[in-house]
Design a protein around this ligand. Structure first.
Ligand code: GP9
Ligand code: MN
Length: 457
């Protein structure tokens, strides 16, 4: 046994002596398995787990800075709410069901776009007739891809600066949209047709207010595309599950089919594209976005048929970029060079679409980020009035100040700040503060303290 153990440790120890970076929290299991084998991965994983069990303890200075930041935020909100005319959408969704759809790799540039005379996303485009449409929302994910997007929109915190918050801090106390809706008497349910263990969702979801989580094992595997059950089948099968949930409900859907490498089988390709475009990554992307658009359209129809549309607020957004390569877009789509600024302004954003058949069409070009979804939705659902939460986002439907911070991560090499007139690459310390505080809050589980103080007051 001793020899066995020594042999088990030998390989990772040798790798560590070559490169101490390997033990930094990555939590990209497949990468670690490729480099260190199954056993090596488990050893590194156990090491990181034990190391991170010891929580960070904040200094008094750090605590004060965090409290001051939120204090300033609350005062700013109070001033804005006194100075603005009350937006008549406040509480529009009160008592309605809330349905959030996080669409894999959905970028904004395909919305309202046609190719060879065919609309790429005809169903989403049609929804815009009765939707608040924000085309300038920035993905702010770091290392955790889809799961970071979920974290941003559900908690209004930035994900941790290294690794995946879903893996590293799944059992922390969080202030989340799900928990708020629960307090309002909503019943929450999440749907994602992948393994529950992927991105550690099954562990994390209860901490953000989803006790019920339908994963691939809850669905009949009647149509598999790419990484798992097709979006079409997930949406179709979910209707019966949704009908079982008591109203009002908050349903959170995470789609999967429009995932890199976008190799959608021919029979699902709806658009007629030139052969070379169809065979390229860009063509694959357009086809698979179009597929997801189609099944979202069918889902909306199904909700309608089942009497669930009129009484639901539907929020659709992208999790992060799909086509990250500018050359691919230039070669197959724009057929001309895209400048740096144009790339950031027109191709990086994701759409945010807030739909209900009784909403009037409202195009809102304000710049924002995924971090702003929770306060915006909270406002529309009439939860908690204008009181600020311990989150770093703001209500996008109030005030004029549009901006977003893009943290450094898998999709962004250096962090930057963007507003209507500027794109700052070396962002000031003051603007970086919120990233630092968010990271400190998560690593020390400080939300638990913040929330308990709030209740005491
Ligand atoms: C799988 C899905 C994958 O469950 O989250 O998306 P990714 O994180 O690779 O973008
Ligand atoms: Mn994703």
């Amino acid at each position: 046994m001793l020899i066995g153990l020594l042999l088990t440790f030998y390989y990772p120890a040798r790798m560590y002596s070559y490169n101490p970076e390997i033990i930094k929290p990555k939590y990209d299991a497949s990468e670690l398995i490729i480099h260190f084998g199954l056993l090596g991965h488990h050893i590194l994983d156990s090491y990181s787990y034990l190391r991170e069990k010891e929580k960070l303890v904040l200094t008094d200075e750090e605590k004060n800075k965090i409290h001051n930041w939120f204090g300033k935020k609350q005062s700013a909100i109070e001033i804005t709410s006194q100075n603005s005319l009350n937006n008549n959408l406040e509480g529009f969704g009160r008592d309605k069901n809330l349905i959030l759809i996080q669409v894999e790799s959905l970028q904004n540039f395909v919305i309202n776009q046609s190719i060879n005379g065919q609309e790429i996303t005809p169903n989403l485009n049609k929804l815009l007739d009765h939707a608040i449409y924000l085309p300038n929302i920035y993905p702010q994910t770091i290392d955790g891809n889809s799961s970071d997007a979920e974290f941003l929109t559900q908690t209004s915190l930035f994900p941790v600066s290294k690794g995946s918050v879903f893996f590293r801090y799944p059992h922390n106390t969080y202030n989340s949209l799900g928990k708020m809706m629960k307090n309002e008497g909503y019943n929450n349910i999440a749907f994602h047709a992948d393994e529950g263990s992927f991105w550690n969702r099954a562990e994390m979801y209860p901490s953000i207010g989803f006790d019920e989580f339908k994963t691939i094992s809850d669905f009949k595997l009647d149509e598999v595309i790419g990484m798992g059950l097709s979006d079409g089948s997930m949406f179709r099968q979910s209707i019966d599950m949704l009908k079982e949930v008591k109203n009002p409900f908050y349903a959170f859907y995470i789609t999967l089919t429009n995932h890199i490498p976008f190799q959608l089988p021919e029979k699902y390709r709806i658009l007629k594209l030139d052969k070379s475009l169809n065979e390229s990554t860009m063509g694959g992307y357009i086809q698979s976005v179009s597929y997801t658009d189609k099944v979202i359209g069918e889902f909306i129809n199904d909700l309608n048929k089942n009497g669930l549309l009129e009484n639901s607020l539907i929020v659709i957004y992208g999790d992060h970029g799909g086509i990250r390569d500018r050359e691919v877009v230039e070669q197959y789509f724009t057929k001309k060079p895209i400048g740096d600024e144009q790339w950031l302004r027109d191709y990086v954003p994701i759409p945010l679409i807030i739909y209900n058949p009784n909403l009037q069409s409202d195009f809102n070009d304000k710049i924002g980020g995924q971090i702003d979804l929770m306060p915006t939705i909270k406002y529309l659902m009439g939860v908690n009035g204008p009181k600020a939460d311990y989150g770093f986002g703001r209500n996008l439907l109030y005030g004029d100040d549009g901006h977003a911070i893009l943290p450094k991560g898998k999709y962004v090499k250096e962090p930057y700040f963007i507003d209507e007139s500027n794109i700052e690459k070396n962002i000031s310390e003051e603007k970086m503060e919120q990233l630092i505080y968010s990271d400190l809050i998560i690593r020390s589980d400080y939300m638990k303290v913040l929330l308990s103080q709030k209740t005491e007051k």
